[in-house]
Design a protein around this ligand. Sequence first.
Ligand SMILES: [Zn+2]
Length: 674
Amino acid sequence: MTAFERPLFVVFLMFAAIALPFTAGSSHASDAPDISYLNSSSAPAAPPVDYDYRLFSEIVSIMYATEAAHSGIAKVYDIGDSWEKTNGTADRDILAMKISDNVEVEEDEPELLIMALHHAREWPTAEVATELILNLTDAYGSDARLSWLVDNREIWIVPVVNPDGHDYAMTTYDMWRKNRRLNYDGSFGVDLNRNYDGSQNGDPLGEWGGAGTSDLPSSDVYCGEAPFSEPETQAIRDLTQAHDFQIAIDFHTYGGLVLWPWNYVLDLAPDNDDLVRIGTEFAALNGYTPAQGIDLYATTGDSTDWLYGGEDIYAYCIEIGSDQDGFHPPEQDAVLGIINDNLPVALLAAELCGDREERAFDIAHAPVATREYDASGFEFSADITADRGVDVSALSVFYSVNSGAWQEVAMGTTASNDTYTATIPVQAIGSVVDYYFVAHDLGGVELMSPMYAPYEEYTFSVTGVLSDPPTADAGADGQASVGASYQFDGAGSDDDVGIDNYTWTFTDVAAQTLYEVSPNYVFDRPGSFTVTLTVKDAEAQTDADQVVVTVVDDTPPVADAGTDHLVMVGGSVSFEGSLSDDNVAVVSYEWKFVYNGSERTLTGVSPDFTFWTVDEYVVTLNVTDAAGNYDTDTVTVTVEAAAIPEFSGLIVPVTLVMVAFLVLMRRSRSGTQK
Ligand SMILES: [Zn+2]
């Protein structure tokens, strides 16, 4: 029905539901009011509630919100533009959601592709895909199987392959099928599920544009002008070729069918046995009819023939919903039923893509709840068999003690062909040990036991009677010098079984731990340090003792008063003590000298002083460290008188000239007296 008709239909149903009891009552023979409808089994059905199909924009919002809330396991990838975006008439991206641990990394994990809404009107398919995104991310960390799938698979979900068509069908014409390309004849749309490049197996019958397609642009099954002419199918093609999907599901409505290739011919696909087996497993979950695609009708250029023939992906077209449901049933019950029927199919597909050929591979292990304490550790065995052969270089047991970090031990083979063993190291009595097996076959398939480890695991506890705990003895408190080696002494520690390890922990020196019985250590600063020795015996019993080390600085500093200075009277001297040194630090600088008969003291690394008296001064620098150690050095300051100004050079010649003049005058005067 069209969007316009839907509200009227709902009003009709509500009216019918209200009217029904009264109609039923009036037809009853008895005079007594008929209240049989109040009985739940005979009450009329409540008026159906409409399902609120999400708009494309709402699905986009959910995808980005999911990425934000689960950034470690969910990431949105823009894999292409819709036709209308390439044409500049709308802004819709084709979005894929990747769900996996380490989601930003392309890990070597089996990959699954889920696609929905190739066809615009097939709204429930986008709901299934969106709910799958929400289910996987919400359940991560709480549900063992789903968490395991997220950790061990790379799941790609494209909820809306055809965003233009989806928007158009949701808002304008609800029976629209194709994308929204404007064709050369003025009609709209290419059938995206006829636009893939055929079966790729060399059979001309399987080529694009064959059976089940039309060359007429206005046709609902118009295959386009060329294989992959549409940006929407190009996006799926490119995503597929950039990955290694083992299984793909393309959801469509309707008909209750699980379909596998080929779609174009009655011939069986080369992997028909596997395709049938997996398809039948899917059908057992959703209750649909499993069949080869052509059993519905022949098609070419559909997604699954190309994904299988071109990319070796076991590709399924699942027509969800019944014939009564149609393309997009309005009733909430119907849509929720479709979602509930098909989410398990998607999860099974994720599981099976780890080994789609399902070749025999088994880990047989008989767990026990307790193990007697054993100083040599706990040996575990499992019978591991694989059709393709066991990869004996890749068998491990992972174990965790008292919920600590997982640790790995390799398994080796024993005398028996299929029995492999590993030894978990000795653990203290009372310890609880979780463990699981991981095996690989020669086909690269990984298998765990229990299956969804580590969200499931085997557990045993260690039983037995403890020996006496050890006694830690960190030795007597001691004295150390800064920069000199100091030896701790843990040799006085004792245990009746034997001490396994010694740990010296420094709490007030920057993080430092030593692991010998009597380790040496060099303290780099003075102070009082408390050091804790923890000893552990073979049963992991511990004891601790503390020792206090008083560290003193007995190394004096080295004073350096710099080079001698020569200045004129009134000149300023900058002393330079910065080359003085200490193993810890110089804390004071004093410069002493006698000036005009009294002692002067300057402080600081580089003090200045102005000398106004001509003399030679011996200045003593005294440097001191925090421990009171000191050293001295001297520097000489020579202060010279100011030089004679240049004009004074004239005084001597002028004086000589004047003396000569006076002598000459006296001679001439005496001459005249004679
Ligand atoms: Zn369809």
